[in-house]
Design a protein around this ligand. Structure first.
Ligand SMILES: [Fe+2]
Ligand SMILES: [Fe+2]
Length: 145
């Protein structure tokens, strides 16, 4: 289960890095700092999850051939800034939903893992919230529901 979370986080790192590199134009320049910030936060999430896997005696699976198949979210490049924001919002909402599910499942289980997941969930909710307002500011319609 944690290796699925790890894969999800790493796919999110890559998607945000891609969006950071390609965002251009006036709007893109304004927003790319956000993409970089999210990429760094997802990278920090992947770190927390990988450490927890090791603490539990498991092995973090970083095999790139496996990551995209195991991830809860998709790697979507997006052809415009609005498309990128939409895809990011979709991905964040998927992460929020699946982390909520995992936390509920862990209710009577391992409290440390649950706390790790609660930390991730709080950040993903913030990302989704930010993205929703960014999307609105840049004229995109929120169709990601
Ligand atoms: Fe994350
Ligand atoms: Fe996120």
């Amino acid at each position: 289960m944690l290796n699925e979370v790890l894969a999800t986080e790493l796919v999110c790192v890559l998607r945000y890095m891609r969006h950071y590199y390609v965002a251009d134009g006036t709007d893109g320049e304004m927003i790319k700092g956000k993409f970089l910030e999210y990429a760094n936060e997802e990278r920090d999430h992947s770190d927390r999850v990988a450490r927890r896997i090791v603490q539990l005696g498991g092995e973090p699976d970083l095999n790139p051939d496996i990551l995209s198949k195991r991830s809860h979210t998709d790697y979507v490049e997006g052809n415009s800034l609005v498309e990128m924001l939409k895809e990011d919002l979709v991905a964040e909402r998927i992460a929020v939903a699946s982390y909520q599910e995992i936390i509920a499942w862990l209710e009577h289980g391992d409290p440390t893992t649950r706390r790790v997941m609660e930390g991730l969930l709080a950040d993903e909710e913030e990302h989704a919230d930010d993205l929703r307002s960014l999307l609105a500011n840049f004229g995109g319609e929120d169709t990601a529901n």
